[in-house]
Design a protein around this ligand. Structure first.
Ligand SMILES: [Zn+2]
Length: 361
């Protein structure tokens, strides 16, 4: 509480425009009656907090400290001298990670297939491979077009065959980014890469995250890699991992759980996932959907705001959406704040994305 007190007071001090009445209201925001905005407040400045304002720092307000990460999600540490760690996932199949990003490589009789080259540690991928084999990198697979996952591919050297879904090629042709060379082999629905005694099945069931984002499955090792969809043990990245299609994101997380893999590589966070992780994320997503839907139903537009602003449609919606999100936050926080790593970092973003998707999708 002292930390929150300081951050609220310092916000007021920086704004420098809220009078003593406003400060008293800030400190006593649990008043039982709906509070309407001060009509003598300075236009455009932070005002009286909404009724039942959550204590978790809203977007744009500094949290002096974040909630602790659940102990079960403690990851093997990264050796700072190396900048990555390697984890074997099955016969000659490895994950490379810096505990923030994840990529893979698969060794076969005469070479190596690399899947993704995240910018953060792409300079170390060749070293990670050299710890296992001296065979050359012959193939690279792009999970999707996003720079953070494939922008380090030039660090791999040589002239590997680059395989991607055709939408990824289309996006990369538009991007004209020298860090992301165009794929040399593309496919539409599925592609089986057979190299020596190893196999990877690439499929494209469509993607709510980004066109061209594919499923990469190693059938012998029962390892599935799908990037930016499931975040084992963690809050998804903000706004459902920036899903271009939020209802589709819900459907595809459920679909991932129906497939026969045993290990999931999600492209992010500090560990691989299980089916229990997928179900836990789905449970969280369904809770937030129910909370936002209930909040939309029970929140009348135009309350808790100055009468003078009610002809301003954007202001009415800004106020309305905020109050819906406050209710969403209060409904999901008690159950989830200690169960997902980084809950407080992005829960506001998720509630904003959820209420918007329910209203317009
Ligand atoms: Zn992405």
């Amino acid at each position: 509480m002292p930390l929150r007190f300081r951050s609220r007071v310092s916000r007021v001090a920086v704004a420098g425009l809220v009078g003593m009445v406003g400060v008293v209201a800030l400190l006593g925001f649990s008043a039982a009656q709906p509070v309407s905005s001060q009509t003598d407040a300075s236009p455009g400045q932070p005002g009286t907090p909404y009724l039942d304002m959550p204590s978790l720092a809203p977007i744009g307000v500094r949290a002096d400290r974040y909630l602790p990460i659940p102990k079960e999600d403690a990851a093997p540490p990264i050796d700072p001298a190396k900048g990555y760690r390697t984890q074997k996932l099955g016969r000659d199949l490895y994950m490379v990670t810096d505990n923030g990003y994840q990529s893979m490589f698969m060794v076969y009789e005469t070479g190596v297939v690399v899947i993704d080259a995240p910018l953060g540690y792409s300079a170390h991928i060749r070293q990670a491979i050299a710890e296992v084999t001296d065979r050359p990198i012959t193939h690279v697979i792009y999970s999707h077009a996003h720079t953070d996952h494939i922008g380090g591919v030039n660090d791999l050297g040589g002239h590997p065959v680059i395989i991607a879904q055709e939408e990824t090629k289309r996006l990369l042709e538009k991007a004209k980014d020298p860090r992301r060379p165009l794929p040399t082999v593309t496919f539409k629905d599925s592609y089986s890469l057979k190299v020596g005694s190893q196999r990877l099945d690439l499929t494209y069931p469509g993607s709510p995250h980004e066109p061209g984002n594919i499923f990469i499955y190693a059938p012998e090792q029962k390892v599935l890699m799908v990037v930016d969809m499931v975040f084992p043990g963690w809050m998804p990245w903000r706004r459902f991992a920036l899903a271009k299609d939020v209802p589709g994101y819900f459907d595809q997380v459920a679909y991932i759980d129906t497939l026969p893999w045993e290990t999931l590589v999600g492209g992010h966070v500090n560990r691989v996932g299980t089916h229990a992780d997928v179900r836990r994320q789905l449970e969280f997503m369904n809770d937030i959907k129910a909370a936002a839907a209930a909040a939309l139903k029970s929140t009348p537009p135009g309350e808790e705001m100055a009468a003078e602003d009610k002809a301003n449609a954007w202001a009415v919606y800004d106020n309305y959406i905020d109050r819906v999100v406050v209710k969403c936050m209060n409904a999901v926080t008690p159950k989830w704040q200690s169960r997902l790593g980084g809950y407080d970092a992005f829960i506001w973003d998720q509630c904003y994305a959820m209420e918007q998707s329910i209203r317009i999708d």
